[in-house]
Design a binder for this molecule. Structure first.
Ligand SMILES: Cc1cc2nc3c(=O)[nH]c(=O)nc-3n(C[C@H](O)[C@H](O)[C@H](O)COP(=O)(O)OP(=O)(O)OC[C@H]3O[C@@H](n4cnc5c(N)ncnc54)[C@H](O)[C@@H]3O)c2cc1C
Length: 402
């Protein structure tokens, strides 16, 4: 790795952008940059497009960006707009709150709240990328190192230079090796919690399970979230529980007992729901304290590589979309790559830290025990639902300030 001065006198025409990582953040960045006329090359280490994952929630701050990127119409046939966010106490099964989503939230923010299968969002982005003449996506190439010069950055895979650009976006996810190499950042820390996901057909789900809302069942040792995906034909279910051991895969197969044990003290509808599937994939939940810098010369971090976020606010994918749009706006407005990347970092770092902190806080509230658990349930029961939802205006009302 080598870094030299990055000041360039005039704006390259067009920007030549390299992206390491063809996940949601990398593909969204490619589309946002191609819209400003950049020439984009995306390198994805997987050999094939990835169909992994289960549900993704996309708040109005994310669907607004999908509209801007021209993805919303592609994805729309596969999404559901959930009516509400239902919160239940897991052990008793009692519903403690029902917060409005649906039309109410869409009108409030001018864009809907969607739930989708992660693979459908990824495919919609991949299809748009494949159709775009300014973007080249190559699978099976892992970017392991970079070299920065005064006039360009080189992407290296093994000892081979695979691309040269004006900048390189490290969108290589939670365990980003480029973050590790270039920024010397600590590795993400295991949160002590793991999640397992499954998807079940809605014609098989048991009684007592809502199919038109996002539903959360809270308990001291963990929680369960489910919501419809694939236009309501399937239900994505995630079980989160405390666990001592971690691993780095997004898709470790775990036996049904893993999920069954996690909900053994939950009310019957949850236990019955968990019993409908014996196909569970686990991933460990990691945290990383906010980084001091997201930019090193011509290399910039984006998405989970910059700010891994716990899933308790369902904002991981959306933050990556926000990063993508912001970065493209910064580059379209400025001639100097260093200045553009610094503006991006300034615009995004506080926002990302706020979302990371709010997600962590939600996780603590979800897993309260004893008197605090009862106090939480009373507070949720007696708080006006619209006022509770309005307290998230700062999150869902985000617009690029650049
Ligand atoms: C397989 C998978 C399944 C997931 N499932 C869920 C889920 O069910 N629910 C949920 O809420 N979130 C899930 N996530 C996380 C969620 O998609 C991300 O948190 C969020 O979208 C942020 O996206 P990102 O692009 O920053 O990172 P990611 O989506 O993690 O994308 C990073 C991409 O970079 C690639 N990559 C890594 N290193 C390199 C390298 N050196 N060179 C080139 N390519 C590289 C990876 O293969 C990956 O495709 C999943 C992520 C992955 C990768």
């Amino acid at each position: 790795m080598q870094t030299t001065n990055t000041k360039v006198a005039t704006k390259p025409n067009p920007w030549r952008v390299l992206i390491a990582g063809g996940g949601i953040g990398g593909l969204a960045a490619a589309l946002a940059l191609a819209r400003i006329g950049a020439d984009v090359r995306v390198f994805e280490k997987r050999r094939h497009p990835n169909e992994d994952g289960a549900g993704i929630q996309i708040g109005p701050n994310g669907t607004r960006i999908l509209q801007l990127l021209g993805i919303a119409d592609r994805l729309k046939p596969d999404v559901t707009t959930p009516k509400a966010l239902q919160i239940h106490d897991g052990p008793t099964g009692e519903q403690v709150a029902q917060l409005p989503l649906g039309d109410w939230l869409a009108q409030r923010h001018g864009s809907p709240y969607w739930v989708a299968h992660r693979a459908d969002l990824h495919s919609a982005l991949s299809d748009a990328v494949a159709a775009h003449p300014l973007i080249e996506l190559q699978h099976g190439i892992e970017i392991e190192d970079t070299e920065t010069y005064s006039d360009e950055v080189l992407a290296k895979s093994g000892r081979h230079v695979v691309g040269a650009g004006d900048l390189l976006i490290a969108a290589d996810g939670l365990q980003s090796s480029l973050r590790q190499n270039r920024f010397g950042a600590h590795r993400p820390r295991y949160s002590g919690k793991s999640a397992a996901r499954t998807v079940i057909r809605t014609d098989r789900d048991p009684k007592g399970i809502s199919r038109d809302s996002v539903v959360i069942w809270l308990a001291p040792e963990g929680h369960v979230v489910h919501y419809p995906v694939r236009a309501g034909r399937e239900l994505a279910v995630v079980v989160i529980r405390k666990e001592a051991e971690s691993d780095q895969s997004w898709a470790t197969a775990v036996p049904h007992e893993w999920a069954k044990n996690a909900v053994k003290d939950f009310a019957a509808p949850v236990r019955n729901l968990i019993d409908t599937s014996d196909s569970w994939r686990k991933w460990s939940l990691f945290e990383l304290p906010p980084l001091k810098a997201w930019v090193d010369g011509r290399v910039v971090l984006l998405g989970d590589a910059a700010h891994p976020v716990l899933p308790f606010l369902a904002q991981g994918a959306v933050l990556a979309l926000e990063d993508a749009l912001t970065l493209a706006r910064c580059l379209s407005d400025r001639d100097d790559v260093g200045a553009a990347l610094q503006t991006y970092q300034t615009a995004r770092s506080r926002r990302a830290s706020s979302v990371q902190a709010a997600s962590r806080r939600n996780g603590s509230i979800y897993h309260l025990d004893g008197r605090m658990r009862r106090a939480r349930n009373v507070a949720l029961t007696f708080s006006p639902p619209k006022r509770l939802m309005a307290s998230y205006d700062w999150l869902y009302g985000w617009k690029p300030g650049i």
